[in-house]
Ligand binder design. Structure first.
Ligand SMILES: Cc1ncc(COP(=O)(O)O)c(C=O)c1O
Length: 415
């Protein structure tokens, strides 16, 4: 009998891929740049930069309005990204992809269009301790308006969601649960399919914030089984000001518009306006057309590499960087989940996060220091800030070595 052999993906040629990113060749403070701030925003490959440039040079026109050649070309280039994104996350239909400026706008759209009309005083919205402010504050604003409350599912000291507690908290008063797929601070990958199954069983819609998942791993919204999935283009090698909400067609059909204006209507009359079908119903005004064309190029680029290969390389790089950092005396890592993406938050005893990040910058190393838009998580760990090194597939072992050597140097100065 033939045993089926799982083939390991071919390794990435990182040196060759780095050549696709012009910015990675920069020097900062006369040192070669080491860019470890990818969770904040990722760098852009030439294919994305050229797609945006080419759009403005050759195609620029508004979408869905003009019948002239440029207008039709611009519309089809913009709409092609909707098809690509639908395929990229395995959405059942392109009509389920609503373009937004990013995850923040996508979550606010769900908050005001889907949830607000359904909220009653006393209702609850379930989130977790590890959420980004974008997945907390919109729900708090709704709660203030509707007399609803936020309920918080706890995490462990190692930064893992307490799944049983999350499920216990899915009570009948919860009208929506919202959870991050990959934590931007801890790197924790949450078991979103399991959470979606539990939520569905209880008839509670689940929103998954996928901002940090798309750059690191394959995402399949059908396999997850959630109701809403949000993403941000600039973290997945696309332009800023691009992103999307995915939601099931039946849900979108029932949602009223959130922004009003051009593009989102069927007919405007002073005695009553009718609205376009989703997704255009939620896309009022002129969008970031060139940006979405660039996002399409980013998707092509990632698919050209292969997400399984990205996962394999980043897993190796994360293990290498974690081991190297653990050897630094006095260094504490926040977030040691078994299943995590290549994001490492840490502090060094006696060293302020901002001082460390500033001195690392003098070594040409870009990391983020601060609360990472996750105040409640900082409160949980009892620290005001951490330093975060967030890696992408174009980072190398050599960069990790230079990073750890620079930390050693800075530590001697500050600790
Ligand atoms: C987990 C997470 N959610 C939401 C956001 C917000 O994304 P954007 O600012 O692109 O809307 C971020 C950005 O850092 C994030 O990391």
């Amino acid at each position: 009998m033939n045993a089926r052999v799982e083939e390991a993906p071919a390794p990435l040629d990182v040196a060759r891929l780095r050549a696709d990113f012009p910015l990675l060749a920069r020097r900062v403070h006369d040192k070669p740049l080491i860019y470890f701030d990818n969770a904040n925003t990722s760098q852009k490959p030439l294919a994305v930069i050229q797609a945006v440039d080419r759009f403005y040079r050759e195609t620029n026109a508004n979408v869905s309005r003009a019948v002239h050649t440029l207008g039709e070309e611009a519309t089809s280039a913009y709409e092609a990204t909707r098809d690509k994104l639908a395929r990229f996350i395995n959405a059942p239909s392109r009509e389920e992809i609503v373009f937004t400026s990013g995850t923040t706008q996508a979550i606010n759209l769900v908050a005001y269009s889907y949830l607000l009309p359904r909220l009653q005083p006393g209702d609850e919205i379930l989130v977790t301790t590890m959420e980004h402010h974008a997945n907390i504050v919109p729900w708090q604003l709704l709660g203030d308006r509707a007399g609803a409350k936020i309920k918080v599912a706890p995490i462990t000291e190692s930064g893992e969601l307490m799944v049983d507690r999350f499920i216990d908290l899915l009570t009948p008063s919860v009208k929506l649960a919202a959870v991050v797929h990959v934590s931007n601070v801890l790197g924790t990958i949450n078991p979103v399919a399991e959470l979606a199954r539990a939520a569905r069983k209880r008839g509670i819609p689940l929103l998954v914030d996928g901002s940090q998942a798309l750059p690191h791993m394959p995402v399949d919204v059908r396999a997850i089984g959630c109701d809403f999935y949000t993403l941000t283009g600039h973290k997945m090698f696309g332009p800023t000001g691009t992103g999307a909400l995915w939601a099931r067609k039946e849900i979108l059909r029932d949602m009223p518009p959130f922004f009003g204006g051009g593009e989102m209507i069927r007919e405007v009359r002073f005695d009553g306006t009718t609205y376009a079908d989703p997704p255009h119903r939620f896309e009022a005004g002129t969008p970031n057309i060139a940006g979405f064309v660039g996002l399409g190029a980013a998707i092509d680029y990632i698919e050209g590499i292969g997400r399984e290969r990205i996962v394999a390389w980043e897993r190796e790089l994360l293990a290498y960087a974690t081991a190297a950092l653990e050897s630094v005396p006095g260094l504490r890592i926040f977030g040691t989940a078994k299943n995590k993406a290549a994001v490492i938050s840490f502090l060094i005893e006696g060293v302020h996060a901002h001082d460390l990040a500033t001195l690392l910058d003098h070594e040409g190393i870009a990391v983020r220091s601060g609360h990472h838009c996750a105040h409640p998580l900082m409160q949980f760990f009892g620290v005001p800030a951490t330093v975060r090194a967030s890696l992408a597939f174009y980072n190398t072992r050599d960069e990790v070595d230079r990073f750890v050597a620079a930390i050693g140097k800075v530590r001697k100065l500050l600790a």
